[in-house]
Design a protein around this ligand. Structure first.
Ligand code: GLU
Ligand code: ZN
Length: 299
C-alpha cells in the first residue's frame, strides 16, 4: 500500500447549511484543518446542501464568514452538493446497471409496524414499476466492512445484518447523503475524512458504496462530539448557540484543549494567527481523546 499521506493529502470540511457555526462545527473544522495542514495537504470546503428541505437561508455564507474570521484558509472552489445532481444521477445509473438498486414504496408507518430494526427487504423482489412514488434502496450484500479509524480504532460492520438495504434516493427525489458524500469525496479525491463521531456509524455504508463503485476508500478519523453541561449533543439543527467571534481566540484555544492538545498559557491573549501557527506545528492526532462524547472544557 502506498503511503498516501506522505505523497498527497487532501482533507475537507463539509458543513450542512442548517444553521450558524456552533462549538461542534468548530471542532470538526479545526480537527480537519489541522490534520490537513500537519500533512502539508489541501483543505477543501463542501457545503452539504443535498437535503434542500433542511437548508436555512444564508447559512452557507454565514458559515463561510465565520470560518474566515477565525482565520481558516481553504483551497480551491467551494463545492455545493445542490449543483452536483448530474454526478449523483450517473452514479445511480451505474449502480442500477449492476442490479444493486430497487424501488421501495414502504412508508415509515408500514416499516414501524414490522417491528424490525432494519429494513426487512419487503420490496426487494417486488419489481415495482418505476412510475410510482418510491424511494430507491441499495441492496445490502452479506459483506463485512472493516476499517481502522485514526482515533476510534478498529471498526467492523456487516452490511446485510447491521445496515440493511439503505436509501440512496429519497421518495421526494432528493439524493440521500450516503450517496452524495461518497460521490463528492471521490470526485474531490479526498484522501482522509476527518469529521464528528456521529458519522462513525454510517462509515461502513459509505465504504460499501465505494467498493461497489470501485472507488479507493479514503482514511477515516472521527473526532469526539461536544456535549453540553446537561449531556446533550450540540447540534445546528437543534438550535445550538452560534460561536461568538468576539471571543474567537478563546474559542480556538478551547477547541484545541477539547481535541487533547496542550496550548501553552502564553498563547492566551494572542491573535488567532499565532494560535494557528502553534497549533499547526504541534498538532498531534494521537492525543485526541478516543471518546465519542466529550464535554467542553473551561479554560
Ligand atoms: N454534512 C455533515 C454535517 O454537517 C458532515 C458530513 C461529513 O463530514 O461527511 O454534519
Ligand atoms: Zn419497501
Amino acid at each position: 500500500m502506498p503511503d498516501n499521506k506522505a505523497q498527497f493529502y487532501r482533507g475537507r470540511f463539509a458543513p450542512s447549511p442548517t444553521g450558524p457555526v456552533h462549538f461542534g462545527t468548530l471542532i470538526a473544522a479545526v480537527g480537519s484543518y489541522l490534520q490537513a495542514k500537519k500533512n502539508n495537504g489541501e483543505w477543501l470546503i463542501r457545503i452539504e446542501d443535498v437535503d434542500i428541505t433542511r437548508k436555512v437561508k444564508d447559512a452557507d455564507s454565514d458559515i463561510l464568514n465565520t470560518l474566515e474570521s477565525f482565520g481558516f484558509e481553504w483551497d480551491g472552489d467551494i463545492m455545493y452538493q445542490s449543483r452536483q445532481t448530474e454526478y449523483y444521477e450517473n452514479t445511480l445509473q451505474q449502480l442500477m446497471a449492476q442490479s444493486l438498486v430497487f424501488p421501495c414504496t414502504c412508508s415509515r408507518k408500514q416499516l414501524a409496524e414490522t417491528g424490525e430494526q432494519l429494513y426487512p427487504g419487503i420490496c426487494r423482489q417486488r419489481r415495482l414499476p418505476e412510475t410510482k412514488e418510491h424511494a430507491l434502496r441499495l441492496l445490502a450484500k452479506n459483506i463485512t466492512v472493516e476499517f481502522t479509524d485514526a482515533i476510534m480504532g478498529k471498526q467492523k460492520q456487516n452490511i446485510k445484518q447491521q445496515c440493511g438495504d439503505f436509501i440512496i434516493k429519497r421518495r421526494d427525489h432528493l439524493f440521500a447523503y450516503q450517496l452524495a458524500v461518497v460521490v463528492d469525496d471521490a470526485r474531490q479525491q479526498i484522501t482522509e475524512i476527518v469529521r464528528g463521531s456521529d458519522l462513525l456509524d454510517c462509515t461502513a455504508r459509505q465504504i460499501y458504496l465505494q467498493q461497489q463503485l470501485h472507488y479507493t476508500s479514503p482514511d477515516y478519523c472521527h473526532l469526539p462530539l461536544a456535549i453540553d453541561k446537561t449531556g446533550n449533543k450540540i447540534s445546528k439543527s437543534e438550535g445550538a448557540a452560534r460561536v461568538d467571534i468576539q471571543h474567537k481566540e478563546k474559542l480556538l484555544l478551547t477547541a484545541l484543549v477539547f481535541l487533547g492538545q496542550h496550548p501553552p498559557s502564553q498563547l492566551s491573549g494572542s491573535h488567532c494567527s499565532d494560535i494557528w501557527q502553534w497549533a499547526i506545528s504541534h498538532w498531534n492526532i494521537n492525543t485526541v481523546p478516543k471518546k465519542p462524547y466529550l464535554s467542553i472544557p473551561e479554560i
